[in-house]
Design a protein around this ligand. Structure first.
Ligand code: NDP
Ligand code: PMR
Length: 393
């Protein structure tokens, strides 16, 4: 499979290129040739609704569509219920976010999950109201599944107002790489490429939304930022000159790592997070003015007990939570401390109005500072001795 890497998305080129076409889908992704070219929709045109009956019928929970809130007797217009797509909403941060949004009564959540039954059980166990969410199958390890998900979501005939790209895999102990259905190394394939296609496909739907604050958000991580202590714990994120990405990340005639190096599962995850953060910066630069969509990435804090660390060695899983609690003093929890509220300026004084430009540390190292955008929903994490607030939207 011939894969042509895009060079226009290099951080060094972030300011060099002027607005690209919204049909240009190559930055921080791969342009897929030989029939696998990313299918992008022209913005400004409402994506075609697929009318054929598809498997999604069996995979969606039976819930009613969110309705437009009628005007109050005083004649004051009320915001209609928003629809938020959240990937990986079957556990951890994604589930907590889905629950928090659903509980506001202002959002209908589309839980985009690879395991329908797990997601269904998780939503029930979390006490989510059945009418507040719809589960739609999405396996980010398959580009076909991503495309099918987009079709299925469009069949629901709900506006898409917010997309939260939250799902991720972390394989720090893997000795050998594993691959997505399309043959990409798993961590970058799921965390970055799957989300990249999803984001690119749903961009036209977001643009069509009449919601006043439409957003596309990707969950980044401090561990991809080499300008932080956490980001300097080896192996460090480094995209190098992207030769592995250009070669297809498939281990056949090319490296499975973006920078062309030897396989390292922990590094692959951190590289994918750098790609996530840079993707949002570049989406913002290219598409914000044209689409009205706000693009952001965020770092949720360290939630040391989520399923993300399921593949780590038992000793790590035992020591990591107390290490974060007592040493870094930066743990967060997605449990009872999660709630939503409207933000005020003072509650998030460090939020910049615009994305921060990634800084490089080292010759070819590429990292990015996540940034938090103006928000409508705030997840409060219970930290060690302090309460910190992370704004999702
Ligand atoms: P979890 O493992 O609890 O959640 C990850 C979710 O991603 C799960 O729901 C999982 O599904 C889903 N997922 C994995 N692979 C796929 C796939 N191929 N297709 C669709 N969904 C998939 O981890 P967290 O809640 O901790 O992670 C959420 C986000 O937060 C991630 O992006 C992570 O990088 C980020 N993050 C987390 C930090 C932390 O300290 N926990 C720190 C910094 C960032 P399933 O339930 O089926 O396994
Ligand atoms: Mg880290 C302030 C210091 C800090 C912070 C905020 C984190 C967050 N970590 C910090 C420091 C350190 N860590 C130090 C000094 C060490 C060496 C002992 C260390 C080690 C470490 C390991 C082995 N840390 C880790 C790991 C992981 O496997 C986690 C990881 O990198 O996952 C990709 C991790 C993390 N540390 C964090 C956070 C948030 C993580 C999880 C990152 C993520 O899920 O994206």
């Amino acid at each position: 499979m011939a894969l042509q890497a895009a060079t226009s998305f290099l951080p060094s080129a972030l300011s060099a290129r002027k607005e690209g076409s919204v049909k240009d889908s190559a930055f921080l992704g791969v342009r897929l040739a030989d029939g696998l070219k990313l299918e992008t929709s022209a913005l400004g045109q409402r994506a075609k609704r697929v009318s054929t009956s598809v498997a999604i019928r069996a995979q969606t929970a039976a819930v009613s569509s969110p309705s437009v809130t009628p005007a109050s007797p005083s004649g004051k217009k009320t915001l209609r219920k928003g629809t938020a797509v959240i990937t990986g909403a079957s556990s951890g941060l994604g589930l907590a976010t889905a629950k928090a949004l659903a509980e506001t009564g202002k959002w209908h959540v589309i839980m985009a999950c690879r395991d329908f039954l797990k997601a269904s059980r998780a939503a029930t166990a979390a006490g989510m109201d059945k009418g507040s969410y719809t589960i739609v199958h999405l396996d980010l390890a398959s580009l076909d599944s991503v495309r099918q998900f987009v079709k299925n979501v469009r069949q629901l005939e709900m506006p898409i107002d917010v997309v939260v790209c939250n799902a991720a895999v972390y394989q720090p102990t893997a000795k050998e790489p594993s691959y997505t259905a399309d043959g990409f190394e798993m961590s970058v394939g799921v965390n970055h490429l799957g989300h990249f296609l999803l984001a690119r496909e749903l961009l036209s739907d977001l643009q069509s939304s009449d919601y006043p604050s439409k957003r596309l958000i990707i969950v980044g991580s401090i561990t991809g930022n080499t300008n932080t202590l956490a980001g300097n714990v080896p192996p460090k994120a480094n995209l190098g000159d992207l030769r592995g990405l250009a070669g297809g990340l498939n281990g056949v005639g090319s490296s499975v790592m973006i920078d062309g190096g030897e396989f390292d599962g922990a590094k692959a995850y951190k590289d994918s997070k750098v790609c996530n953060m840079l993707t949002m910066q570049e989406f913002h630069r290219r598409y914000h003015e044209e689409t009205g969509v706000t693009f952001a990435s965020l770092y949720p804090g360290c939630i040391a007990t989520t399923g993300l660390f399921r593949e780590h060695i038992p000793l790590f899983r035992l020591l990591f939570p107390p290490f974060q609690k007592y040493i870094t003093k930066g743990p967060a929890s997605t449990g009872a401390g999660t709630r939503t509220r409207r933000p005020s300026r003072t509650s998030s004084p460090r939020r910049p109005a615009t994305p921060t430009r990634p800084r490089s540390s080292g010759r070819s190292a590429r990292s990015s500072s996540a940034w938090h955008d103006r928000s409508m929903c705030c997840i409060t994490m219970a930290g060690a001795g302090s309460r910190r607030q992370f704004f999702l939207f």
